[in-house]
Write a protein that binds this ligand. Sequence first.
Ligand code: SER
Length: 314
Amino acid sequence: MRKILITGACGQIGSELVPYLAKKYGKSNVISSDVSAGCENGSDFEFLDLDVTDFEAIENAIDEHDVDTVYHLAAILSATGEKKPFKAFDVNLVGTNNILRAGIEKGLSRVVIPSTIGVFGPETPRENVPVVTVTRPRTMYGITKVTTEMLGEYYFEKFDLDVRGLRFPGIMSYVREPTAGTTDYSVQMFYHAVRGEPYKCFLRADAYLPMMYMPDAVSSLVKLAEADLKNLTRHTDYNVASYSFSPEELYNEIRKEVPGLEVSYEPDYRQEIAETWPASLDTTLAERDWGFRPEYDLERTVKDMIQNLKVKLA
Ligand code: SER
């Protein structure tokens, strides 16, 4: 079997996708890469120091490791993207174009790229948003990601490169704490609950957003990657989400497990980002075309997060 390369492997999703792929395809077939000199995965898996803005380095990595498939996760998310817009442009757009171009030149069989609810904007409808709708984002993250969706589609049509992607909502997880997004509040609230600390939320109590739990996010990405191409009516922009909630609703759910949790609200610039995103997504195309079916509802997510964080933070 030829190898799978994961970019951005040290991030929130990469930290769980890498072991998932290793379990499925064998450890020796999975290569993690990131810009840091190494990450938690690095000790367990073959690790490359790879900057996706360096086209030649990508080509060399593909050649040297006989790479066949790339899961391209390297990205600067919405909150950091507003602090460092030029870096977000370079990593998200130049970096992704490098991966796609290398995909053609090296004859990769597949490139998988997560997209995001960040592609939507204030003119997008709020509820049950379909895949094809108004996508006029206001953040650098959203602008680069919606362009990435279109680039992937272009490379598919023009060069026959099998590019696949889905739009993730906010993702909750306990392995690697997210630090760069607008939906990170959800994970922070769990950490504070388990540590017995009060939490100051940077979104408003009623900021309603689509969300999901990491096990469903990882299995969905791999399910899409493995789907029969002839069943796919879209390529780079499937909507996925498990549920929607507001910070207040999450607080109420966590309090069933940790009754003493205290949350106050002090919205910052991330509230402005959240206000441009929809409250809920229509996921029927993902369900129909490749069997998207999340296993965790909110109650099960909360119980599992707390159970695992209690072990992690003990
Ligand atoms: N979790 C991401 C963010 O908040 C959304 O894709 O930026």
